[in-house]
Design a protein around this ligand. Structure first.
Ligand code: HEM
Length: 343
């Protein structure tokens, strides 16, 4: 299942579109139309993460510049190698390192955050004691001596006339650093794997960078990093003729929805020219991921930097990527040859 949940998803879609899973303690929804409707249903609540749309104007320019810079530094460091694992040396680092660079935090702090994310779940909203402990002294320093970084900007920001509290600043910075539980890092790994599995499409994207956003969306459809989005019914709710009690957990199987043949022709195929790749990887409706643009920025900057630094980027001979994970899914290694010259 961890390796290949797709046969199970198919069984669910075809025979059990709404079914209780005792192991997960939740009702499973697997068809595209049902998942989409549930994600947009305000009677199904979700966790609050503390990132409000009010901060977007502040975050996006700072993060774009940092993501571009960081991606180029990371890519150039490994571009000359004979073989390299892009997860260990690039995609796993880029989101946290770019956020740390934008916030004005030292590299070692990005490394510590990366290690916490790798070794255990970090809840959204920065409610992680070590992460809060790491950020608090930085916030205090910026309050006393503001600089030109994003953390100083957050300390000085006013939303509806009010300055942000220390908790709000740490929560926001924490959310940025952990990148929605490393979802961006996982999505970037799947994106690179899809392109490397399809060298003709990789070459097209190299020649026409305008194709990158479509190629990214198609990868999120086919291989979402968070294939299960959990919601909880706030009131009794009737889905597909079954009434679930208030408090019932509902697992929206986004990974299954993205492969629903009633919604997508030949759904297992990765095709950057798919006419309508509209996917549910970022949710839908009112809770749509507030950082979808930020994640796309990291992916685009990351891929451009790799293509610049690696003129002949291909899989290392004999390597095949293998995605794994049910709740957080991606390949855990991407062994490549940056250039194909003789060694
Ligand atoms: C490719 C990367 C990402 C994916 C696939 C992703 C996925 C999602 C999904 C599925 C939801 C909806 C949850 C629900 O409906 O209950 C969501 C919401 C959210 N995500 Fe992301 N996310 C990503 C990156 C990020 C990043 C980098 C951040 C923060 C910097 C972030 C912050 C948020 C926040 C704050 C919400 C809640 C929005 C709200 O409640 O109004 N996400 N994300």
């Amino acid at each position: 299942m961890e390796r290949d949940p797709y046969p199970f998803y198919r069984t669910l879609r075809e025979g059990f579109p709404l079914v209780r899973d005792e192991l997960l303690g939740a009702w499973l929804l697997s068809r595209y139309a049902d998942v989409r409707a549930a994600l947009g249903d305000t009677r199904l609540g979700s966790v609050d993460t503390g990132l409000s749309p009010a901060y977007r104007g502040l975050l996006e320019p700072a993060l774009r510049a940092a993501a571009e810079r960081t991606a180029h530094v990371l890519a150039r460091r490994i571009g000359g190698r004979r073989e390299v694992d892009l997860v260990a040396e690039f995609s796993g680092w880029l989101p946290a390192a770019a956020a740390a660079a934008a916030l004005g935090l030292p590299w070692e702090d990005a490394a510590r955050v990366h290690e916490w994310c790798r070794t255990g779940p970090v809840p959204p909203g920065g409610s992680h004691p070590e992460l809060e402990g790491l950020l608090r002294p930085h916030v205090a320093r910026r309050r006393a001596h503001p600089g030109a970084d994003l953390l100083s900007a957050l300390c000085g920001a006013r939303v509806a006339g009010q300055a942000l509290s220390d908790e709000a600043v740490t929560g926001l910075a924490g959310t940025l650093l952990t990148g929605g539980g490393e979802a961006t890092a996982l999505a970037l790994a799947s994106f690179l794997a899809n392109l490397l599995d399809h060298p003709a499409q990789l070459d097209l994207v190299r020649a026409r960078p305008g194709l990158i956003p479509g190629a990214w969306a198609e990868s999120l459809r086919r291989d979402p990093p968070a294939p299960v989005v959990l919601r909880r019914a706030t009131v009794p709710i009737t889905l597909g003729g079954t009434t679930l009690p208030a408090g019932a957990a509902v697992a929206c199987l986004v990974g299954s929805a993205g492969r629903d043949p009633f919604r997508y022709a030949d759904p297992d195929r990765y095709d950057i020219f798919r006419p309508d790749p509209a996917h549910l990887a970022f949710g839908a409706g009112r809770r749509f991921c507030l950082a979808a643009t930020l994640a796309g920025l990291a992916a685009e900057c990351g891929l451009r930097a790799l293509l610049d630094a690696m003129p002949g980027l291909r899989w290392a001979p004999g390597f095949r990527s293998a995605p794994s994970g049910l709740m957080a899914r991606a390949p855990r290694a991407l062994l490549v040859r940056p250039s194909q010259g003789p060694f």
